[in-house]
Design a protein around this ligand. Structure first.
Ligand code: F0G
Length: 487
């Protein structure tokens, strides 16, 4: 029998829609600007959804990072925080939870996920060394390459097929890993990394079975295995619902087995734990001692690591709530509901539906826009124009240029519409689907973007772009014709 309420309480009508197992008790006012204002804002913020002021955004689907709705238990815990620089009760509570949740003996706090990546890369990456990974994440790669390191990806071929039935597209292709290690030798490999809920390919999970294989290989070869658990909640839900051998196993047991396979685990508490922070859990004293010294240097004293005690309390409760299937199923079920609405309109979305958000496949949505003109970024600007919702480009714009200055074309061009936990209602998602349906019918009007200001590192955060030609004006005019209110 399924454990979570959604599957136990079926709709008598037979309709399949997710049932929220929470209610809103505090809300935030949002605004829907007319299309003319949206065009002006888009132009003044360089066509980069990261630069849009939130007051001009209707549904903020940029990310789930730090914007998941917190539970009442999290807010209550924040009031009990023990505010001291060193040795606070808050820290000891969090340390106990992290140890129990991951089952590893050592814990180091850090202010967010990329801070953990900075510490890891600083400790282990020397020029010419490799980080081997299923697939990279933007900040992870930036920290490795900042130190002269290189990234090698071993994700299965299914990852590049945006339309697929493979339930675990984030899996390692073992043959790729084995032949790379044979060719390169273990000395040049700083660490092997598994990213849960593989972000940049559409929130796609890794199976427990695959983690076992990677871990057994690393142990045979004496390679350090690092687990990025930022998107563990979604990945855990998919293991529980898609991996046959795990369907009857309790969630905590699955997490403990998964983590027992790793040497080092790190996470963004902005995702895992629905708060704002991060940390590393470590299996070995040697790694703990090596990484520990960087915490006071980069983050803050060892018992807060750059986090406020209130956030640590919220993270403490949030991590424990990850073991509640009704909590972790909410985003995947909403992503599926939105994805199915979009599919019904013929809109190309990444399948199987993943965690984190619904991912539009820009290369199939607007195949006439070349990758050099950032189709996913262009689609992001068009989606904002026609819906007031902002997503995040996950394609070539999010890549770094090659050392010779040429574009590093991304395997996939995705526009992510994030579905932060417990934030949106189904009617809001229906609105997004409706406006995307209009946009899809007018997709021929969408053109490309070009940089007018391109930062050297992580250019997608702060870069400014302009449309190639006047397509945005023409798109806004067509929208106004069908929706005279401009909304
Ligand atoms: N690893 C993964 C898999 C992530 O998705 C993120 C952040 C990080 C590491 C870095 O963590 O933001 O706390 O420093 N992802 C955010 C996103 C930014 O929008 O997907 P952070």
């Amino acid at each position: 029998m399924p454990e979570h309420t959604y599957e136990r309480v079926a709709f008598f009508s037979g309709e399949k829609i997710p049932l929220e197992m929470h209610k809103a008790r505090m809300v935030q006012r949002v605004h829907l600007r007319p299309v003319g204002e949206r065009l002006a804002v888009l132009t003044s913020t360089g066509n980069n959804t990261f630069l849009l002021p939130n007051r001009d955004v209707f549904l903020d689907m940029l990310t789930d990072s730090g914007v998941n709705a917190m539970s009442e238990a999290q807010y209550a815990a924040m009031l009990l925080a023990d505010d001291s620089y060193a040795g606070s009760e808050t820290y000891y509570r969090l340390e106990k939870t992290v140890r129990g949740f991951f089952g590893l003996p050592y814990f180091l706090p850090a202010h967010q996920g990329r801070a953990c990546e900075n510490i890891l890369a600083t400790a282990y990456v020397k020029p010419g060394d490799y980080m081997v990974t299923n697939y990279h994440f933007t900040t992870t790669k930036a920290h490795v390459t900042r130190l002269g390191g290189l990234v090698y990806e071993c994700v299965s071929d299914a990852a590049s097929e945006t339309e697929s039935t493979d339930p675990f597209k984030g899996n390692y292709e073992m043959a790729k890993l084995e032949s790379f290690v044979d060719r390169t030798g273990t000395e040049k490999i700083a660490f092997v990394r598994i990213e849960a809920g593989t972000n940049l390919i559409g929130g796609q999970p890794v199976s427990l079975e695959n983690m076992r294989e990677v871990s057994a290989f690393c142990r045979r070869k004496g390679l350090r295995l690092v687990f990025d658990a930022s998107l563990l909640a979604d990945n855990l839900y998919f293991i529980k619902t898609r991996e046959k051998s795990c369907m009857k196993r309790p969630l905590d047991e699955i997490v403990l087995e998964m983590c027992s396979l790793m040497d080092i685990i790190y996470f963004s508490g902005r995702k895992l734990g629905c708060a704002r922070g991060g940390g590393l859990a470590l299996a070995h004293e040697k790694d703990y001692r090596k990484l520990r010294d960087f915490v006071p240097l980069f983050e803050g004293f060892l018992t807060y690591g750059g986090m406020s005690v209130r956030e640590m309390e919220a993270m403490n409760v949030g991590i424990q709530e990850t073991l509640d299937i009704d909590v972790i199923s909410q985003t995947p079920l909403f992503v599926e509901a939105l994805g199915e609405e979009l599919q019904a309109k013929g809109i190309p979305v990444v399948t199987p539906f993943g965690g984190l958000g619904c991912h539009l496949d820009a290369m199939r949505f607007i195949p006439h826009v070349p990758q050099e003109q950032y189709p996913a970024g262009a689609l992001g600007s068009a989606v904002y124009l026609t819906s007031g919702c902002r997503g995040m480009e996950r394609g070539t714009m999010s890549e770094q240029r090659n050392p010779d200055g040429s574009e590093h074309l991304s395997t996939v061009e995705l526009l992510r519409l994030a579905v932060p936990k417990r934030v949106f209602t189904l009617s809001q998602l229906k609105f997004v689907a409706d406006r995307l349906g209009w946009l899809y019918e007018h997709r021929d009007l969408i053109g490309g973007l070009e940089f007018e200001d391109e930062p050297e590192t992580l250019r997608f955060f702060l870069g400014r772009l302009r449309p190639v030609g006047d397509w945005q004006q023409r798109l806004a005019d067509a929208f106004r014709k069908d929706m005279p209110s401009g909304l």
